[in-house]
Design a binder for this molecule. Structure first.
Ligand code: PAF
Length: 281
């Protein structure tokens, strides 16, 4: 496995391997089993596997956790090595955003709801860096976690709209034993908050059970999640939304495929989780 820090080094490797199928897993590092499941799939389906590790400044708002975002390159490199990664692309901010950088990629509509409401600059930063990474690594397939459901929907739209020749593969959420979705940000939680954080997946589980028992009223479905989350003293709901899984537009009753998505602060840590459900046509 090699660590490449410059765009020109990556381009050289990519040009020397023109006939090989490249799988790409973009990350911000501090890897967990969620990332490793993406890498495993990329390893199974491709000849070369690239992982990028870059804490992308443009996707953090002013009062967000850019500086404190967890980093552990040594651990990440070992995990990548053991998972059979061929190349880590590890640029710094200067390499990615040189002097006078002034071009941003914006996917309208899909970016506006859900996380976009409380993180207005986030998805433009994600779309810009992902477009740049695709242009640098030129992957055949790229792998993203379904935990970031809105990000996944936006990136699918982005590659379609801009004719970027890459197949986007969504991979299932990986969870801790008690149901909490794996996230690099879980490391911010205190012991007590970590226990309380279970309410996110518990709320979703109860909502899913209600859907399976035939409930179709969105308010009733949201209420069961809200009640569960409010059981945790340290919780503050950012949003509980039920939307069409493709357009991400709010729905009033459950038809077609829906996405039930939540964002909740546990103490100061903002966590997200979701599931999809196939309603009747
Ligand atoms: O999901 C992430 O970790 C980031 O948003 C991504 C896709 C690596 C872009 O910085």
């Amino acid at each position: 496995m090699k660590i490449l820090k410059s765009i020109s080094e990556v381009r050289r490797v990519v040009n020397n391997n023109k006939n090989k199928q490249i799988g790409f897993v973009p990350t911000m590092g501090f890897l967990h089993e969620g990332h490793l499941s993406l890498i495993k799939k990329a390893r199974e389906e491709n000849e070369l596997v690239f992982v990028s590790i870059f804490v992308n400044p443009t996707q953090f708002g002013e009062n967000e956790d850019l500086d404190s975002y967890p980093r552990d390159l040594e651990r990440d490199s070992n995990l990548c090595l053991n998972a059979g990664v061929d190349y880590i692309f590890l640029p710094n901010a200067n390499e990615m955003y040189g002097e006078n950088f002034s071009t941003f990629v914006q996917v309208d509509k899909l970016r506006e709801g859900l996380c976009g409401k409380s993180r207005p600059v986030h998805f433009n930063g994600v779309c810009t860096v992902v477009t740049k990474l695709f242009n640098i690594v030129k992957p055949n397939k790229a792998y993203f976690g379904e935990k970031d459901a809105q990000q996944l929907a936006i990136i699918k739209r982005l590659v379609k709209d801009l004719n970027i020749d890459v197949e986007i593969i969504g991979c299932p959420i990986v969870r801790e034993e008690d149901g909490l979705a794996k996230s690099s940000r879980n490391s911010y939680l205190s012991e007590r908050e970590r226990i309380e954080a279970r309410v996110l997946s518990m709320g979703l589980k109860k909502c899913k059970a209600l859907l399976e028992s035939g409930e179709r009223d969105v308010q009733a479905l949201k209420k069961v999640i809200e009640e569960e989350i409010n059981k945790a003293e340290s919780s503050k709901i950012d949003y509980i939304e039920i939307v069409d899984s493709e357009s991400l537009q709010e729905v009033e009753t459950v038809k077609n495929k829906i996405l039930v998505a939540i964002a909740v602060f546990i103490g100061k840590t903002r966590l997200i989780d979701n599931f999809t459900f196939e309603g009747e046509k």
